[in-house]
Each structure stands twice: as structure tokens, then as C-alpha cells.
Design a protein around this ligand. Structure first.
Ligand SMILES: Nc1ncnc2c1ncn2[C@@H]1O[C@H](COP(=O)(O)OP(=O)(O)O)[C@@H](O)[C@H]1O
Ligand SMILES: [Mg+2]
Length: 356
């Protein structure tokens, strides 16, 4: 009798405890939701800053940018953003582990874009129609064409920021969207057309908001010939860039964004109008960066509406209204560095010429 009573008391107590635990966990859950959604909303309200910050890293960008952009109009997407931010958080927490892993082996494969069509959902005619291209390691492909031809869209598809409606984009024979992000992220360097920086230090920007590997940051800066420029800043690599990179000129921002793109020696480098804001010195730095990346066997996609900028490329595709209208094979054997034959000039020689 006594024991029975005691049992009932115990089980009631346990139930109570369970109940309390459930309430607490619900409470925590709700608080987390509020925090995450709140953060997402805040980031959306500060849209520009966020886009800049997120774009810093292909690793984080794929899942994060799209939800943030769409959540302005839809609540459901805000839930996706929540998931994305949880992802980011998880990833940032995992970052130290990644850096302890041995470096990934250099893939020997190539970039293959095949019959890719893509349309923005709110538009009638597709932005890209059956675009095919192939780039081998150590090659530079130029993409040219007028404004709105679809160059930047193709660039985004190549780095996996958007998925083709049909056709495929493959790196080493694997769909870019199917690579594990922690594997593909460091392999891809992307300099978007509006190369935004985020509020943080120079080194944090170059390290793509991830954990700062100081040696790799300096390597990237040296490779993109921006090391000396950074050393002139008040606190060198520790200099705070300020909101939207306001501390820097457009050209300086673009050069730091280039260093960010080559951080950790990516296998695939997509540069979208990378020379837009550059002075002569910046153009020479850009040219030498491309030469170095080429010699390391990177696949380089160089987007420019100015065809003459692409004379050093191994191959140039011209886009018109989302279709490839011309495929110009150039100096397949030459590199931007050795390029010297009459009639053609490299980016660097061009830049040097206009300097003198
Ligand atoms: N996020 C977007 N949503 C809807 N349409 C877009 C978006 N981005 C680009 N476009 C449209 O797609 C077309 C190609 O744009 P884009 O790829 O930026 O061309 P380019 O880089 O050659 O100037 C343009 O008509 C542009 O207005
Ligand atoms: Mg563009």
C-alpha cells in the first residue's frame, strides 16, 4: 500500500519534471526562433550590408543569399533563411576542424557547362539558352557580350549560386550543386560584379568571413599583389574596413575582393568584370594574378563586356540574349605571361602601355 502510494508520487513527480523539461525546451525553441528570425529580418532590413557580407563566401552564400533575398516578400522563405542561418552557424562552429584537415588534392579535371538553360522565374524568355563551354586547367575563358546578355547569370551558374533549368555545370565531372559545400567552397573563387565587402577587418574579408588563416590571407594578398597596399593601411591586415567598405576606394575594394577570390588557391576562379574600377596598377596586379593562377592550373572564367580586355584569354565566348553567338579560339598555347606576338597584347601589356 505504502509502496504503491510512493510509486504514484514518484511517477507524478517524473511527469511534472517531463512537463517542465518540455516547457523549457519549447521555450528555448521559441526563443531561438525569435532570435533567428529576428536576426534574419534585421539582416534583410540591412540588405546591402548582408549581401556584401554573405557574398564573401561561396561556401555560405549558396544557401544564405537566396533565402535572404526572397524573404522580403514571403514569410515561408524566412523559415528557409532561418535554416540557412543555422547552417552558417553550424559551419562557423565547424570551421576550425576543416582547417586542421590536410589540403584537398588538386583535381585534374575540367569545367564543363553543357546545354545550360536558365530563366529567372518572373521573366518570359530564358536568360540563358543552351550554353555550352569547356575549360581545362590552366586555361582562361573569356565571356563577353553586351549588357544584359546573361554573362553574370552564367557566372553565378558556374559557381553554383543558381541551378540550371536544364543542362549541367560540372567540375571534375560532378555537378557543382552536388559537391558537398565544404569541399566545393574552398575550390571556387568568385569575384561578383558588385564585389561588396563586409564590415570587418581586411583579413576577415579576405578569409571569406571564416576562420582567419593568417598565412593563407597573406598568400592570397601577395598572389593578387595587394599585400603592399594593405601594409599602407593604418592597422594593415587588422584595419577595419567599415560599413560597406567605406574606408576604401572602389578600386581598393575590388582588389581586396580579388584577394578574397584567390584565398586558398581555388581550382575554379570566376571573375565578373574584375577590372571595372581598377587603375593601371590594379590592372597590372590583376593580370599577374591571372598568370599565377593559370600556372597553378586553375580554371579561369573572365567576364568582361569589353572584348579587347579578353585578348589574353585562350578562348572567348560572346553571348547575345542568352545564347552563344561566337566562339573565338585564341592563343591556346600562350599564357598571359608569355603573350608577346604582334597584333595581340596581354592585359598586363595593355595596362603598362596605357600607363606610359
Ligand atoms: N536576379 C534577377 N532577377 C530577374 N532578372 C534578372 C536577375 N539578374 C539578372 N536578370 C536579368 O537577366 C538578364 C541577364 O542579366 P546579367 O546576367 O546580369 O547580364 P550581363 O551580366 O551580361 O549584363 C538581364 O535581362 C537582367 O535584367
Ligand atoms: Mg554582368
Amino acid at each position: 500500500e505504502e509502496q504503491h502510494k510512493r510509486n504514484i508520487e514518484l511517477s507524478t513527480e517524473l511527469q511534472d519534471r517531463n512537463h517542465t523539461a518540455a516547457s523549457i525546451s519549447r521555450f528555448i525553441n521559441v526563443m531561438m526562433n525569435i532570435t533567428v528570425i529576428g536576426t534574419a529580418a534585421w539582416l534583410v532590413l540591412n540588405n546591402e550590408l548582408t549581401a556584401g557580407a554573405l557574398i564573401a563566401s561561396v561556401l555560405l552564400m549558396r544557401r544564405a543569399v537566396a533565402p535572404v533575398e526572397r524573404s522580403i516578400t514571403s514569410w515561408k522563405t524566412l523559415q528557409n533563411a532561418k535554416a540557412a542561418f543555422k547552417n552558417i552557424d553550424r559551419r562557423l562552429n565547424l570551421a576550425p576542424e576543416f582547417s586542421q584537415q590536410p589540403p584537398l588534392p588538386l583535381p585534374a579535371g575540367y569545367l564543363s557547362v553543357r546545354k545550360v538553360s536558365f530563366g529567372y522565374s518572373n521573366r518570359g524568355t530564358p536568360t540563358l539558352q543552351e550554353v555550352t563551354l569547356k575549360v581545362h586547367p590552366g586555361e582562361v575563358i573569356g565571356l563577353t557580350g553586351n549588357t544584359a546578355a546573361g554573362k553574370s547569370t552564367l557566372g553565378r551558374l558556374i559557381v553554383g549560386l543558381a541551378k540550371p533549368d536544364s543542362g549541367y555545370v560540372r567540375l571534375d565531372g560532378i555537378d557543382v550543386s552536388r559537391w558537398r559545400e565544404e569541399d566545393i567552397g574552398p575550390r571556387i573563387g568568385y569575384l561578383p560584379q558588385s564585389s561588396e565587402l563586409f564590415a570587418g577587418t581586411v583579413e576577415e574579408n579576405i578569409a571569406r568571413m571564416g576562420e582567419v588563416d593568417e598565412q593563407e590571407v597573406v598568400n592570397a594578398a601577395q598572389m593578387s599583389a595587394v599585400h603592399e597596399m594593405i601594409l599602407q593601411f593604418p592597422q594593415a591586415y587588422k584595419t577595419e574596413i567599415g560599413e560597406d567598405g567605406s574606408f576604401l576606394s572602389a578600386g581598393q575594394r575590388q582588389r581586396i575582393a580579388l584577394a578574397r577570390a584567390v584565398y586558398k588557391n581555388p581550382k575554379l576562379l570566376v571573375l565578373d568584370e574584375p577590372d571595372a574600377n581598377l587603375d593601371v596598377e590594379g590592372k597590372i596586379a590583376l593580370a599577374s594574378t591571372i598568370e599565377i593562377m593559370k600556372s597553378r592550373g586553375a580554371i579561369i572564367v573572365f567576364i568582361s563586356h569589353q572584348e579587347k580586355v579578353l585578348r589574353f584569354a585562350d578562348n572567348v565566348l560572346r553571348l547575345r540574349k542568352g545564347k552563344v553567338t561566337m566562339d573565338l579560339k585564341f592563343n591556346t598555347k600562350k599564357t598571359a605571361a608569355t603573350e608577346a606576338s604582334p597584333g595581340t597584347t596581354s592585359l598586363a601589356t595593355d595596362a603598362k602601355k596605357s600607363a606610359s
